[in-house]
Design a protein around this ligand. Structure first.
Ligand code: PMP
Length: 335
């Protein structure tokens, strides 16, 4: 075993779903699920004895139309998780530095530790805005990862901060846009910035593990050689293609979620310090053990100690009815 290995495991949003009747507002999923056409396409595939065609040409073509990126720069990955694993594999080794900006998605730190790298943490102000990140870049910084909109804080990151890092780093910058469909701004293409995206959130296909990335020319060869040979199944590819052929479905889910996000934000801010969000979840600061009290009432939200934010809570915007129950129960508890 590598001497640096520490046994820090990723903790999923829903640690224990004790019963199907729980309202799960802890995992940032699309509560409406995928386009019915995606489900149909997934079910229609039965050649399970055959390996997938790893070129994924039709899916890449649809992604070109959806993103405006160049066909050659697009890689298909096993979710964003898979994209990150691939990037760490070719970019980071023992003794290197990885710049991250906590509180943020916990898998970045786990992967950095598994690579025997040193984690360098960027600072934020009291509203979680990035501060002077580029000053932390050294000769050893091989990777800097930002999440925009950021999990768990919910806001788009300051693009100027990320660009300033990209300008000075002698390595790769990754921008994780898992929640970008819920936001108004996308990070622009740059020569040393890899953008990673997913079908797990707005497209409602978290179970199929489909991700994709925009890989700048200089990293294409390295990425291809480090990526797992068959990152997604053909059934998953077909579902993702069908999802992109039915953007109306995804957009209507996003519209509903954004409207409900405003309602929940206005409700939460009456009682708690609540942060405005560009994603499908909200962060607020509440009392100790609030998640446990809510779990007893059948509602799961995410307590944020894992993110280094004890007594902060992240709540996913669910279906209108689920949000209503969450708000009613919370209001009752507070009276
Ligand atoms: N990035 C962020 C910021 C996330 O919150 C998540 C899901 N929890 C992921 C990546 C993982 O995405 P995927 O399902 O595509 O692996």
């Amino acid at each position: 075993m590598k001497s640096c290995i520490s046994f820090e495991e990723y903790v999923p949003g829903i640690a224990i779903a004790k019963s199907k009747n729980f309202i799960n507002l802890a995992s940032n999923e699309n509560p409406y699920g995928p386009s019915p056409k995606a489900l149909e396409a997934f079910r229609s595939f039965s050649d399970l004895h055959k390996y997938p065609d790893p070129r994924y040409e039709e899916l890449k073509q649809r992604i070109v139309e959806y993103t405006g990126w160049n066909f050659e720069e697009i890689a298909i990955t096993s979710g964003i998780d898979g994209a990150l694993e691939t990037i760490f594999r070719f970019a980071v080794g023992e003794g290197d530095e990885v710049l991250i900006a906590p509180p943020t998605f916990s898998y970045y730190r786990i992967l950095a530790k598994l690579s025997c790298a040193r984690v360098v943490e960027a600072g934020r102000d009291e509203d979680f805005r990035l501060k002077n990140c580029h000053e932390l870049v050294t000769k050893k910084t091989k990777l800097a990862i930002f999440c925009s909109p950021n999990n768990p804080t919910g806001k788009l990151e300051d693009f100027e901060e990320i660009k300033a890092v990209a300008e000075v780093i002698n390595g790769v910058v990754v921008v994780d846009e898992a929640y970008v469909e819920f936001a108004e701004k996308r990070f622009p293409c740059m020569d040393n910035v890899i953008i990673v995206r997913t079908f797990s959130k707005a497209f409602g296909l978290a179970n199929l593990r489909v991700g994709y990335a925009r890989i700048p020319q200089i990293y294409l060869k390295a990425f291809k050689s480090a990526n797992t040979p068959f990152p997604i199944s053909t059934a998953a590819e077909k579902a993702a293609i069908a999802a992109l052929n039915d953007l109306e479905w995804m957009k209507s889910c996003v519209d509903k979620i954004k409207k409900d996000r405003e309602k929940m934000y206005n409700f939460l801010k009456k009682y708690f310090k609540t942060y405005p969000s560009d994603a499908n979840f909200l962060l607020f600061k509440g009392g100790k053990g609030l998640h446990e009290t809510l779990a007893e009432k059948g509602i799961l939200i995410r307590e944020c100690s894992q993110f280094g934010l004890p007594n902060y809570y992240r709540v996913t915007v669910g279906k209108e009815e689920e949000n209503r129950v969450f708000m009613e129960v919370l209001e009752c508890l507070l009276q």
